[in-house]
Design a protein around this ligand. Structure first.
Ligand SMILES: Cc1cc2nc3c(=O)[nH]c(=O)nc-3n(C[C@H](O)[C@H](O)[C@H](O)COP(=O)(O)OP(=O)(O)OC[C@H]3O[C@@H](n4cnc5c(N)ncnc54)[C@H](O)[C@@H]3O)c2cc1C
Length: 455
């Protein structure tokens, strides 16, 4: 019997999907079996997530189907990998029905991305919301609108004030865009609540670092801060959270802010799947070489937010930052290296010079730094939207996003609270499942116990 090499890709994000689509294109069906493990049947275009939270885009428009074309022949396992045994070449998977299955592979491409980085701050994981998944963005939109509804219905001035204060922690692009887009949501919505005093609405954006989005440089960073201040967002730098509770947040500078909304976007850390390998890591990301290969292990590749891929364009000890820009290019490149391995050819290093940053602050507010050129206002907005639009993988997603942008510009938002997820647990741990993963010892013990027959 002829057996084909089995290629297993873990994660259907920018990196994983980029890899799978290239493998499908470049390998004939007879050359290898390609399998993808992913909890969802779409690739999420994360950079536009704040626009889903603010209602400018519908959730479906940034969820790109993995089954759009008949040419997509990869077998998809609906679930999440919870451990990998590198020696036995087995990936342990928890399916979406909680069944545990073992998947054997000859080559594995690890692209499970990252999860929200939290710290040991009392109350944080129990009271903070994240901005990493489609469900979180949709939930947050409902939550923010419900704060206006509840404040409007209440006759208690203290409750009104606390429901109308919002705190976002994290002054990177994810946090800044989230604060800016959601502030626009409340600013627009409050006009529909004649009983509410708009001056009670307060947004706080805080970060322990001394600057917002340092990648933008001093001048553009200051411009972003001025835009936010003009819109009434209070930016506090050099400040973090001391503790969080259901109805208030204490800042490290001693301020106590009554609020029901703490949004935590203070960075990411590699998926917990990486720790199950028991291999070397660099600040949690798997330590791979510039070919995205794990040294000393046959047929193991990792990339995207989950891996510390050396940044050859920067040199020295630099590693690629966790951005979509790198992840999608690494996806295509790692596919070429997997194919080179199959064909006993030499692997090539990943090299990409950073193209810069685009930051959409909602409406016509934006700052962008493409190829080092500093832009603000409409020009920055055009570059930001043009960049994201062209980076969307499918034409149908491009059409949906463009239609949504146009509709929103012309007709605005109706600020409807859907209620789909109301009364469900919805804090950080409820969306990102950090407790599902095995330890390296548990993975080995599980694989030894089940010892599934080899194909
Ligand atoms: C709000 C926000 C705004 C951003 N804006 C920008 C931007 O403007 N520009 C930019 O370049 N980058 C931006 N980023 C960062 C960018 O989205 C990430 O760097 C990029 O998504 C990383 O790609 P990835 O493929 O490594 O991971 P992801 O795209 O996160 O994909 C990982 C995939 O793996 C799946 N997965 C997770 N765990 C498992 C598991 N155990 N088993 C199987 N599958 C698993 C996930 O469901 C997901 O589909 C932003 C991020 C956020 C959150």
């Amino acid at each position: 019997m002829v057996t084909r090499p089995r290629i297993l890709v873990v994660g259907a994000g920018f990196a994983g999907v980029g890899c799978v689509r290239r493998l499908e294109r470049k390998l004939s069906p007879g050359e290898a079996d390609i399998t993808l493990v992913t909890p969802y049947s779409y690739q999420l275009y994360l950079p536009l997530l704040p626009q889903v939270a603010s209602g400018v885009l519908t959730p479906q428009s940034i969820a790109l189907s993995l089954r759009r074309s008949k040419k997509y022949r990869t077998r998809i396992i609906p679930g999440g990998a919870i451990g990998v045994d590198l020696k036995a070449k087995v990936c342990v998977i928890r399916t979406i029905t909680d069944k545990i299955v073992d998947e054997r592979y000859d080559y594995i491409v690890l692209a499970p991305g990252s999860v929200t980085r939290t710290f040991n701050i009392p109350g944080l994981v129990d009271h903070a919301y994240g901005m990493k998944t489609l469900a979180e963005a949709a939930y947050l939109r409902d939550h923010v609108i419900s704060q206006l509804d509840l404040a409007d219905a209440s006759d208690d001035p203290a409750e009104r004030a606390s429901r109308l204060q919002f705190v976002v922690v994290g002054g990177g692009y994810a946090g800044t865009e989230t604060a800016a887009c959601l502030q626009r949501l409340t600013h627009g919505a409050v006009r529909r609540y004649p009983r509410l005093d708009p001056s009670l609405i307060k947004w706080h954006l805080i970060d322990i670092a001394p600057k917002l989005m340092p990648e933008l440089g001093d001048k553009l960073g200051r411009t972003a801060q001025e835009i936010l201040a003009r819109r009434g967002i209070e930016v506090s730098l050099g400040v973090s959270i001391d503790k969080a509770a259901a109805e208030e947040v204490t800042f490290t500078d001693g301020r106590v802010v009554p609020t029901h909304t703490l949004i935590w976007t203070a960075g990411v850390v590699a998926s917990p799947l990486i720790a199950t390998l028991g291999a070397e890591t660099v600040r949690g990301r798997l330590a791979v070489n510039a070919e995205m290969h794990l040294p000393g292990e046959d047929g193991v590749f990792a990339l995207g937010d989950a891996a510390a891929v050396p940044d050859r364009a920067k040199g020295d000890d630099a590693v690629c930052p966790p951005t979509a820009q790198h992840a999608m290019r690494q996806g295509r490149h790692v596919a070429d290296n997997v194919i080179a391995t199959l064909h006993n050819q030499p692997l090539t290093p990943y090299v990409h010079r950073d193209l810069g940053l685009v930051v959409d602050l909602g409406g016509t507010d934006a700052v962008s730094k493409p190829l080092g050129i500093e832009l603000r206002g409409l020009a920055a907005q055009a570059v930001a939207r043009g960049y994201h639009w062209s980076a969307l993988r499918t034409n149908v997603a491009k059409a949906r996003v463009l239609t949504n942008w146009t509709l929103n510009a012309l007709a605005g938002d109706d600020f409807v609270r859907t209620g789909f997820q109301s009364r469900r647990p919805a804090k950080l741990k409820d969306f990102e499942y950090p407790d599902h993963y095995l330890t390296p010892d548990e993975v080995r013990a599980h694989v030894a116990r089940t010892d599934s027959p080899k194909r």
